[in-house]
Design a protein around this ligand. Sequence first.
Ligand SMILES: O=c1ccn([C@@H]2O[C@H](COP(=O)(O)O)[C@@H](O)[C@H]2O)c(=O)[nH]1
Length: 276
Amino acid sequence: MKIEQLVTQIRKKQSFLCVGLDTDLEKIPTHLLDHEDPIFSFNKAIIDATQSLCVAYKPNTAFYEAYGAAGWESLSKTLRYINEHYPEMFTIADAKRGDIGNTSTRYAKAFFEEMDFDAITVAPYMGKDSVEPFLDFADRHTILLALTSNEGAFDFQTKMVENKELYKEVLKTSKSYKNAQNLMYVVGATKASYLRDVREIVPNSFLLVPGVGAQGGSLEEVCHYGLNADVGLLINSSRGIIYASQGEDFAQVAAEKARELQSQMAQELTKFGQNT
Ligand SMILES: O=c1ccn([C@@H]2O[C@H](COP(=O)(O)O)[C@@H](O)[C@H]2O)c(=O)[nH]1
């Protein structure tokens, strides 16, 4: 998907919500467990209930890989369902890949060609030749981990390396990569105050911002520092939406939670004069 199409959807729905599909058999309602593919049944219900309120879905592949071949099949079915029924939706494989060049090429083929995701999260640690194979794919997006939402982000990402914080070096250096126009970045909502510095380095890039909801990040603060002329944000919530109820009403309650976030987003867009 082209960025312009994503921006069009955001303006139309007045939402830059990404719903995280971190589907866990131990957390989904028990009445689904006797379905042929409980993970897919759960995802399908969540997607149908929330699709008018969000512009992206982000399955974290760990939740599928944990169930082996059956989990991969549930992931493929989920992605096919989204692409067939809601083709305007932006899809992100939260897979956090990245390896030596020829291996990264195979990862990119797996997620962009075999599975047809719009975007994948990639760890920057192995550098340029590990990232550029993903960037070769036109209209697909490589979302580099810049400043993550977890506590451990302070172990390395904010450390000074040659007088610069490492996450800033990731942002700056990656801008020189071939096909850098296909880059987006992960910045955690729990690190919202850092977004001012992030925006100085990458004013025009889209940012995927996880950490609102279960991790306690503030949507308002993220918007204050992170919104740009093209909106430039995809804010993710996973557990706060999909497990808001573990009863038979799970999809309806998920939609209510998604609507709360969408309403706040619409207000923020109005505040920033981006509601047209
Ligand atoms: O810095 C990061 C990068 C990725 N994530 C992922 O996003 C979701 C967040 O889930 P919640 O339930 O809304 O907390 C999850 O898949 C993480 O692996 C992140 O949280 N922080």
